[in-house]
Design a protein around this ligand. Structure first.
Ligand code: BES
Ligand code: ZN
Length: 641
């Protein structure tokens, strides 16, 4: 399978490639046939969770955890407040993965008692269902447990893997279904709960959560957090390390390792303006502070919208603020996603498509139409290229339930960019004023709830179509939401700045221009990306060397450029770039940036051998999510041999 190297390809593996055949009873491992209770795909409307929210839901979670860097575990207890829905229910089903559970107690309002429980055999995608038997509908259950070093939702870094080299570091990544690897809970976006936490660490380590972080909190190894707004489990987050705070505004700031904090605060100085813009469009920011935690380069994503504390890759800090749309994106989730949430992962476009739309509106407001258009052209081109590798059934916004599929692998640019494009289409047809008011109402009326696509369809019908007849047809809406591909009538973004880039590239390829007489002095990241993406499949050694001499692509510190340049060098057999590639793939763990190069290398026996060597060395520094993706790509390369 060819992996696309395009800009916003967050997850490089299309759904189809990762889809396991739905196991028949006979095909399943023997232990899965024991009881129907171990089957994940029944009862709950979220087929990616073992929880049974129709029986009982978590209202509040109290965590009491110690961070043990030597053992690479979190250990302590999780106390869940229960809200019973079914009067006949006498059990609580929770999601877990690789948790060691020591004991479970229940509280009936006066006393605590030990409870019987069973941990089902592990499913490779969904982990283990934890079934707790209760004698009556208890108010609380308390689970004493520890995570394991291999927890899929945590990464543990030794001091050597940090900037400062003195203090260890750990961080979580819970979306989509990794919260269950560090907290036993109902791991579905359909259930929301408030939380509080008491976290202990070594004294010199600072701990932060997706909660009320205090910029002035004394660093003493003993931290308490409260998250008074109800959130779904995938927004649970924790990080600990040598972290200091640098303010951006009264309500916004950056947490990072000391050497990174001032640089990051400068790069992200427009954050306050972004909040103001989003508030003007969609109403008050409802979460208190908005801080950004800059993680080590092994963070597998660009950003993660953990409430009150966006987690961000350091790879967007390139010095000219050209990649800060990532902050616009994660901030936008404070409305689309965190406030109004997809109730299960099949409707992820309600989170990511809406967020990509809002992100681009913020970018337009702060950095102008040209910038917003360039970003749209790159992402729409990326979507078109990715579509080639996505099964038609997965090219729709409204996916069928993701039965037996890992929702992480299932996330494609369809949700992000086709989703965004659909909302841009609606905006164009109904006019900005009407559409802005409509979207604001969607967020207001559904704040702190989780919904599916049909709820949005009903809302559109009521608030947009019937109030403004004749602007769109049923067939058009159907094509966007339920049709495969990009509707033929979709209007693609166009950028005049890119026209100029295309022209220069054309001259150079035709031998009519030399880098010395090409004016690229005002180009930002997006123009360089366009310049490289528009190159032919391969270039000659001389051409690559000429570009390198003029623009120093090989060895670039800009990951967006590296992401596109290195695959081109690999396809062209330009082995001069190999040492720089090895360095890039070892230094960075952000999947989007490194996977296209691994995929290009895996196409030839020699490239594959080189990639395997690099991976072997880089692996200890990779996040479990990145390790999984690289292993899969290299295995596919090997299978072809
Ligand atoms: N919520 C996502 C990240 C995510 C999605 C993690 C699904 C795990 C499963 C985040 O908001 C995101 O989309 N990040 C993008 C950046 C964005 C600018 C497109 C990324 O990490 O590349
Ligand atoms: Zn997002």
């Amino acid at each position: 399978m060819r992996l696309s190297s395009l800009f916003l390809a967050l997850v490089v593996l299309p759904l189809a490639a990762c889809q396991k055949p739905a196991p028949t009873e006979a095909a399943k491992p023997a232990e899965h046939n024991k009881t129907v209770h171990e089957e994940p795909m029944i009862s709950s409307h979220d087929v990616n969770s073992y929880a049974e929210p129709e029986k009982v839901v978590i209202k509040h979670l109290a965590l009491d955890l110690g961070v043990d860097f030597d053992k690479k575990v979190l250990s302590g207890s999780a106390t869940l407040d229960l809200d019973w829905k079914d009067p006949d229910a006498r059990s609580v089903a929770l999601d877990t993965r690789d948790l060691d559970i020591a004991k479970i107690e229940g509280f009936d309002g006066s006393t605590w008692q030990d409870l019987k429980f069973e941990v089902a055999p592990k499913d490779p995608i969904f982990g283990s269902k934890l079934s707790i038997a209760v004698p009556s509908q208890l108010q609380q259950v308390r689970i004493t447990y520890s995570s394991r070093p291999e927890a899929s939702g945590l990464q543990w870094l030794t001091p050597a893997m940090t900037m400062g080299k003195k203090t260890p570091f750990m961080f979580s990544q819970s979306q989509a279904i990794h919260a269950r690897s560090w907290v036993p809970l109902q791991d579905t976006p359909g259930v929301r709960f408030t939380y509080e936490a008491h976290i202990t660490t070594p004294k010199d380590v600072m701990a932060l959560m997706s909660a009320d972080n205090d910029p002035k909190a004394p660093r003493d190894g003993d931290y308490s957090f409260k998250m008074p707004q109800a959130i779904p489990s995938y927004l649970m987050a924790i990080a600990a390390g040598d972290l200091v705070f640098a303010p951006i505004s009264e309500r916004a700031g950056v947490w990072a390792e000391p050497a990174m904090a001032p640089k990051a605060a400068k790069e992200f100085e427009s954050t306050e303006k972004m909040i103001v813009t989003a508030e003007r469009l969609y109403g008050a920011y409802r979460w208190g502070r908005y801080d950004i935690l800059v993680l080590p380069p092994s963070f597998p994503f660009g950003g993660m919208e953990n409430p009150r504390l966006t987690f961000a890759t350091p790879t967007v800090i390139v010095g000219d603020q050209s990649l800060v749309s990532i902050i616009a994106h994660e901030l936008a989730h404070s409305w689309s996603g965190n406030l109004v949430t997809n109730s299960s992962w099949k409707d992820i476009w309600l989170n990511e498509g809406f967020t990509s739309y809002v992100e681009n509106r913020i970018v337009e407001d702060l950095f102008g139409k040209d910038q917003a258009l360039m970003e749209n052209v790159i992402s729409q081109d990326g979507l078109k290229a990715d579509m080639k590798d996505i099964a038609p059934a997965d090219q729709v916004l409204t996916l069928p339930p993701l039965v037996n599929r890992d929702p992480d692998e299932g996330l494609t640019q369809v949700a992000y960019i086709k989703g965004q494009w659909f909302l841009m289409f609606l905006e164009e047809r109904y006019g900005r004023e009407t559409f802005d008011a409509f979207l604001r109402k969607w967020f207001d009326e559904h704040a702190f709830t989780s919904l599916d696509s049909s709820a949005f369809e009903r809302f559109m019908e009521k608030e947009l179509f019937s109030k403004n007849p004749g602007k769109t047809t049923h067939d058009e809406i159907h094509a966007w939401m339920h049709g495969s591909g990009i509707p033929a009538f979709a209007v693609a973004a166009k950028s005049t700045r890119f026209d100029a880039v295309d022209e220069l590239r054309g001259h150079w390829l035709a031998g009519h221009a030399k880098p010395a007489n090409m004016d690229t002095s005002k180009w930002t990241t997006q123009e360089w990306v366009r310049f490289i993406e528009g190159m032919p499949e391969t270039l000659s050694q001389e051409q690559l060397a000429e570009l390198d001499a003029a623009y120093k692509f090989t060895g670039t510190q800009n990951g967006e450029i590296a992401q596109r340049w290195y695959p081109l060098t690999v396809r062209s057999g330009y082995t001069t770039a190999r040492p720089a590639i090895a360095d890039f793939l070892s230094r960075i763990g952000r999947r989007k940036l490194i996977m296209p190069t691994y995929a290009a290398l895996a196409q030839t026996p020699d490239g594959l051998a080189f990639a395997q060597g690099v991976f072997e060395k880089a692996r200890p520094g990779y996040h479990p999510i990145t390790t999984g993706s690289v292993e899969q790509t290299l295995a596919e390369g090997k299978a072809k041999r």
